[in-house]
Design a protein around this ligand. Structure first.
Ligand code: SF4
Ligand code: SF4
Length: 435
């Protein structure tokens, strides 16, 4: 089974929702659509308070090369455009929309047999961004400066609890493969790998059955190759996935295109299919709601801007919940309450019981070296932690803090419960601020 050096085995806790089909979340009374659902500059609103909008209509325009369009998730009336604080502590400008019930769709014209340029232009129009969590505008990613020859599709979904990508692969395989081929056409590549962890045998079999090409996990293949990968965290991180599928090593500080590769998530590929073939912009996504602290764990199709409290109500409410997380337990954001509205990058919401996470105070590092053994980037997190704690940002950076992608593996295995990821984030922040 293909894999990478380092990483660790963590309980995947996917059984709660692995076999639950995607359900469509009904329309709720209010939507708060953030203008900053992506990496780069926030979008600029092009609507006014009181204006009626269609479902799928453009309501905020990308404000630069690295930015993304935003579309209305419903037919409705704009009631406010302003700052809203959410439960991560961040404040973002949101467009508040009240649905008006039935109405027409504001989709784009479907494209039939589009050129590479038309595909990229449509992806930009539709506001598609990396839906695996990064939120990087996909149209920008598909115009790399380096020459690329390989597309890697990320179907790994190694974060515990989450099943949204798994369910998409099981329920929409034909559409997904069409989306993958559109991305490959946009890039002008013919070598395509779809990496899927071995703990999703049904998804692997489904894609193989749909594509009808059987496994061709060899270099030089000219069609989609489904690559089963060892179940290990963080198998789905971009650099580890590229190594596992192609044996190419992305240099420190480099982008995947430096080794001729572009990586896209399965949800992104599905969004590309919808945008090109149906003309549907990105205004809804599949997410997993799970954990022992939610009464009815589910996989849901939810519109962007849906308040989290409505999602929780649709899942029958909280049950003795001790911790709230947006995203998975390894890389997700802790929420202090339910004041949060869904964005394009939110693949899951977890409500956890106290027995589902560890909450102890850190003690001194015992130099056991476990964090070094597991780091997929071959870093020494204990030294990043040490130097940033003594305010020596420069040395913490020398130990590779900027190459860390915050997978949390080191912190997971640390017997002293050192806040290693927080130390990395602090280093990056101080480095940005020149401190
Ligand atoms: S795993 Fe924790 S205790 Fe062990 S060396 Fe790393 S920081 Fe220190
Ligand atoms: S140092 Fe960064 S990349 Fe390495 S294991 Fe820790 S969080 Fe992951």
């Amino acid at each position: 089974m293909k894999s990478f050096r380092g990483g660790t085995h963590i309980p995947d806790n996917k059984q709660q929702t692995a076999n639950i089909p995607i359900e469509i979340m009904p329309v709720v009374p209010d939507y708060y659509v953030s203008l900053a659902q992506h990496i780069g500059k926030p979008a600029e609103p092009i609507v006014e308070v009181g204006q009626l909008v269609k479902e799928g209509e453009l309501i905020a325009k990308a404000s630069g090369f690295v930015s993304a369009n935003i579309h209305s998730p419903v037919c409705g009336t704009i009631v406010d455009i302003g700052p809203y604080k959410n439960a991560t502590g961040a404040t973002t400008t949101c467009i508040h929309i009240k649905p008006t019930g039935e109405g027409t769709l504001g989709y784009y014209e479907p494209l039939n047999d589009p050129t590479a340029e038309q595909i990229v232009a449509r992806i930009a129009e539709a506001g598609i961004v990396g839906m695996g969590g990064a939120g990087f505008p996909t149209a920008v990613k598909l115009q790399p400066k380096d020459k690329v020859d390989t597309l890697v599709i990320n179907g790994v979904e190694c974060e515990p609890y989450l099943n949204c990508d798994n369910r998409l692969m099981l329920e929409k395989p034909v559409e997904l493969l069409k989306g993958i081929r559109l991305i490959a056409k946009a890039l002008g590549v013919s070598r395509i790998y779809v990496g899927i962890e071995a703990n999703k045998p049904q998804a692997i079999q489904t894609l193989l059955a749909q594509d009808g090409t059987a496994p061709k996990a060899t270099e030089g293949s000219t069609d989609i190759v489904v690559v089963p990968l060892k179940t290990k965290y963080p198998q789905g991180a971009e650099k580890t996935l590229i190594y596992a599928t192609t044996k190419r090593k992305v240099p420190a500080g480099g982008l995947p295109s430096a080794v001729g590769v572009v990586v896209c998530n399965v949800a992104t590929a599905y969004a590309v299919y919808q945008a090109v073939t149906l003309g549907k912009p990105l205004y809804e996504r599949v997410m997993t709601v799970s954990g022992n602290g939610i009464k009815k764990p589910q996989n849901l199709l939810v519109r962007m801007g849906t308040p989290l409290k409505d999602i929780v109500t649709f899942c029958a409410g909280l049950d003795n919940c001790d911790k709230l997380l947006m995203g998975g337990p390894m890389m997700g954001k802790t929420l202090v309450d339910l004041s949060y509205n869904l964005t394009k990058t939110d693949s899951g919401f977890l409500a956890l019981h106290e027995d589902e996470y560890v909450s102890v105070l850190p003690t001194a590092c015992i130099h056991c070296g476990r964090c070094v053994d597991v780091c997929p980037m071959h870093l020494e997190p204990l030294y990043i932690d040490f130097y940033i704690q003594v305010n020596d940002t420069a040395t913490a950076v020398k130990y590779g803090a900027l190459d860390c992608f915050e997978c949390g593996t080191c912190a997971f295995v640390c017997p002293a419960r050192r806040p290693l990821v927080q130390s990395v984030r602090l280093t990056k922040q101080r480095h940005r601020e020149g401190k």
